[in-house]
Design a protein around this ligand. Structure first.
Ligand SMILES: Nc1ncnc2c1ncn2[C@@H]1O[C@H](COP(=O)(O)OP(=O)(O)OP(=O)(O)O)[C@@H](O)[C@H]1O
Ligand SMILES: [Mg+2]
Length: 374
């Protein structure tokens, strides 16, 4: 009675394929789980050899018989591997084959329990993919942190190096003022030099702060409407007295070029372009500032007749600390932050900065910004 109930139970289990094989591997019983997992009804599979469930290459290599041999010798065989359903599709199976012996020890056959682990395997693969992705994100984060660390060190090195220059000048003039070696009539001229040095230090500190804001994504742009021509004119007025052998010429359209954005920062972009035009044309010459408008983009170009830029160096221009490794740059001060910041800010306004340059001939940097309509 109990045996009947147990047989009934086995036959109705649906999550596991549970069936018997005779000592040669021929299927003798079949349950509901087996039908569900493998797709065969009892009447079409009982009497067939169980190697039918194996991928062709495994069956050809004698794997099924080898498994029975292991079960015969060890009592059981267990593995996870590919099996084949009636419709030819594969599934990932957990398999246990147990040798069944009567009380005299004679082998009556094998009990086989198979479970379909395809879903678990898919989940595991998915988990692995997610783990890999997390590991990749962690690695990227670690690299970013290392990059930030390097940037910080570069910042500190640059700040100390670049600030030391103007500081030395300030200290020198201060001690001359202290011991009275500057005649009173020269004090205004000295004050102007000190002013310029202080402005240099201010600019450097501002550039560092802006770069830090960019790093932390905390750069907030103001939104004003203004005439780009006015801003260019203002900056020209600031830079004109700083020319040493260079002279500025402004040309282009007289109509207002109304753009929208952070007026002070757009001013800084033009200031950087003018500063570079002066710094990198040590022999002097014309610096032409041209206003223009094309395809709804307003533009300011600053063209110098200076050192120019080698083609190989162009990709370095807009990178952080991207000073070019030229012989002139050894004596020309700079941090290599100017154009990097200019480009970032231009792009955040929906604009850009482009460059055309030839070594020994000169360079032209162009800032473009969308024109505001309406
Ligand atoms: N008009 C130009 N002509 C030739 N080279 C230029 C010109 N403008 C920039 N460069 C080159 O590009 C480099 C990067 O310019 P960028 O303005 O970013 O830095 P910088 O002038 O060196 O320092 P700063 O941060 O003080 O502006 C410069 O070091 C210089 O070698
Ligand atoms: Mg510069």
């Amino acid at each position: 009675m109990l045996g009947d109930q147990f047989a009934l139970f086995v036959s109705s289990v649906v999550d596991y394929a549970i069936f018997m094989l005779d000592p040669t591997g021929v299927i003798t019983t079949w349950n509901e789980g087996a039908e569900r997992i493998k797709g065969y009804r009892a009447d079409e599979i009982v009497g067939k050899h169980f190697s039918i469930f194996y991928p062709l290459e495994d069956a050809r290599n004698g794997k099924p018989d080898w498994e029975l041999e292991v079960a015969r010798r060890e009592g059981r065989y267990q593995e996870e591997g590919w099996r084949v359903r009636k419709d030819g599709t594969r599934f990932w199976a957990s398999v246990v084959i147990t040798a069944v012996r009567d009380e005299t020890g004679r082998l009556c056959g094998f009990g086989k329990v198979t479970r379909d682990l395809t879903e678990q395997r898919a989940q595991e693969i998915q988990r692995n993919v997610e783990r890999d992705r997390e590991a990749m994100q962690l690695r990227a984060h670690a690299e970013r942190m290392a990059d930030l660390e390097r940037t910080k060190t570069e910042f500190l090195n640059l700040a100390s190096h670049e600030l030391r220059g103007p500081l030395t000048v300030l200290r020198g003039y201060n001690s001359m003022l202290e011991d009275g070696s500057i005649p009173p009539d020269q004090v205004p001229a000295v004050a102007r030099i000190l002013d310029a040095k202080l402005a240099q230090m201010d600019l450097l500190i501002e550039q560092m702060l802006e770069t830090a804001r960019l790093e932390h994504d905390s750069l907030e742009l103001f939104r004003d409407r203004f005439d780009l021509g006015d801003v260019a004119q203002e900056q020209l007025d600031v830079f004109r007295p700083l020319a040493q052998g260079q002279f500025f010429v402004m040309s282009g359209t007289d109509v207002p070029l109304v753009v929208e954005g952070d007026r002070a920062r757009i001013g800084t972009i033009i200031a950087n372009l003018l500063d570079n035009a002066l710094k990198y044309s040590p022999e002097g010459g014309e610096i032409c500032v041209t206003m223009g408008c094309r395809d709804s983009m307003a533009s300011v170009s600053v063209r110098d007749h200076g050192l120019g830029i080698a083609r190989d160096h162009l990709p370095l221009l807009f990178t952080r600390f991207g000073r070019l490794p030229t012989e002139h740059n050894v004596t020309i001060p700079g941090t290599g932050l100017g154009l990097f910041l200019c480009k970032e800010i231009a792009v955040r306004h929906g604009g850009d900065i482009t460059v055309r340059s030839a070594p020994g001939v000169g360079s032209e940097f162009t800032l473009t910004l969308p024109v505001t309509t309406g």
